[in-house]
Design a protein around this ligand. Structure first.
Ligand code: FAD
Length: 411
């Protein structure tokens, strides 16, 4: 069987794999990316956060993305019935990027891999990692091609960026139940024929149809729009019929958007992903690290997935660089603790969204601009800025502020 030797093997060519590949390639390492699908391929995760722009910029991938003219996302709108809450990233508390994009991921991810290939990075598409054996930190990975042929790659380090594929969590038995509620999602794309002119047509919106269930509307610059519901698994399953029938029925829950999408065919049979939150027992081991969705996924409500994917892969790539250059690396402190700090903040926001506390703050008519700016920073992905009280004291501040808002309303 053919065997190839590399410094670092990266599993998966989504944003997470692409960012670590870019960084490690720029450091001069011999790397190989193995990707199961043929690109472009559909994947969900279309609303980005400003924080991830820093990652693409740092590794040199931003210019290629800018040329694609993706829809600019300067904030987000949340609505519940008649009430609206608009966040504008330029009013956020923390310094940093105040815009990002809404992207069809097939095009976005293909731009990343085309750019990497242009730099000379080896990406093996339609090749699936099927087995990994470790001998200390050295590993031998078995790869299956589209015809079923097998080959191996010896590597000093593996970055598992396999997203929903969860390659190492499965092979090494690292999966762990998530503490986040059991939510599922159903989604598709539509040709947005009735899209209104101006901002109304292009703004990303989260329409809350009940405390636990919401609709996303993510318009793209190519005239298509992503629509999808997230809600408790039992509730989504209670809608009958095919996924098309389920989604058509669910769209009736949105007073605001029903007319805009009524009678428009779905670009593909809506997909349903069940129990989407994922967690793992550990984020790294001897000779490997888990990044992006392969490690942890919370909930789509604050669009944190891609930002965690790129934050984790860039952090990991820097640590791998140090380790392969002979330095001692404290993975527990510099990787796990760093990532867990950000995950903890977003976990609080996700949980408090579904308890209703965060919704109370968002839709409170006595809006406090300082509080709003601090929460806006979190929603922009700046969850490592501990000067922000809504980061530092996330455990209690959301609850407290919601309680005050309730008291002021006379509850
Ligand atoms: P991916 O983008 O999934 O890439 C992983 C790659 O690994 C894939 O291309 C796959 O083919 C490849 N692969 C898998 N198995 C193997 C194997 N055995 N061998 C080789 N290659 C393999 N995030 C956001 O930021 N914004 C959102 O609005 C958002 N909405 C979401 C909505 C839903 C319903 C869900 C479930 C998630 C959402 N996410 C969102 C999360 C987002 O999908 C992920 O966080 C993001 O795609 C993670 O990127 P990644 O690079 O880790 O993985």
């Amino acid at each position: 069987m053919e065997n190839e030797q590399v410094d670092v093997l990266i599993i998966g060519a989504g944003p997470s794999g692409a960012v670590s590949a870019a960084y490690l390639h720029n450091q001069g390492f011999q790397i190989k990316v193995v990707e199961k699908s043929k690109f472009p391929r559909f994947v969900i995760g279309e609303s980005l956060l400003p924080r991830c722009m820093e990652h693409f910029e740092e590794v040199g991938l931003l210019d290629a993305l800018k040329q694609q003219n993706f829809e600019v996302k300067g904030g987000a709108r949340f609505m519940r019935g008649e009430k609206m809450c608009n966040f504008d990233f330029s009013n956020k508390y923390t310094d940093g990027w105040d815009w990002t994009w809404q992207v069809p991921r097939a095009d976005f991810d293909k731009t990343l891999t085309d750019t990497l290939e242009g730099w000379g990075v080896a990406i093996a598409f339609e090749q699936e990692v099927v087995a990994v054996e470790f001998d200390g930190s050295e590993s031998i990975t078995t790869i299956k091609d589209a015809e079923g042929g097998l080959s191996t790659v010896s590597a000093k380090f593996i970055v598992d960026s396999s997203g929903h594929g969860r390659v190492l969590p499965r092979l090494l038995n690292l999966d762990m139940p998530s503490k986040i509620t059991k939510n599922s999602s159903i989604f598709t794309h539509v040709k947005d024929e009735k899209r209104p002119e101006g901002r109304e047509g292009t703004i990303i919106t989260f329409d809350i149809v009940s405390r636990e269930t919401w609709l996303w509307v993510i318009p793209f610059s190519n005239g298509y729009t992503s629509i999808g519901f997230v809600g408790p698994t039992d509730y989504l399953e209670s809608f009958e019929g095919s996924t098309t029938e389920k989604l058509q029925e669910m769209m009736k829950l949105s007073d605001y958007y029903f007319d805009r999408f009524e009678g428009i065919g779905y670009e593909f049979e809506p997909r349903m992903l069940k129990n989407i939150a994922k967690s793992v027992k550990k984020l790294y081991g001897d000779g490997f690290v888990l990044t992006g969705n392969s490690a942890e996924f919370l909930d789509p409500v604050f669009s944190s997935g891609v930002t965690f994917a790129t934050e984790s892969s860039l952090t990991a790539a820097k640590l791998i660089t140090r380790q392969l250059n002979g330095e001692t690396v404290d993975w527990e402190v510099d990787y796990t603790e760093h990532m867990k700090a950000g995950v903890a903040v977003f976990s609080t926001y996700v949980k408090e969204w579904y308890t209703g506390n965060l919704q109370t703050i968002f839709f409170d008519s006595n809006e406090n601009p300082d509080i709003k700016a601090q929460i806006c920073s979190v929603l922009a992905g700046y969850v490592w800025d501990r000067t922000n009280p809504f980061v530092k004291n996330h455990h209690r501040l959301v609850k407290t502020v919601a309680r005050v808002a309730e008291l002021e309303k006379g509850h």
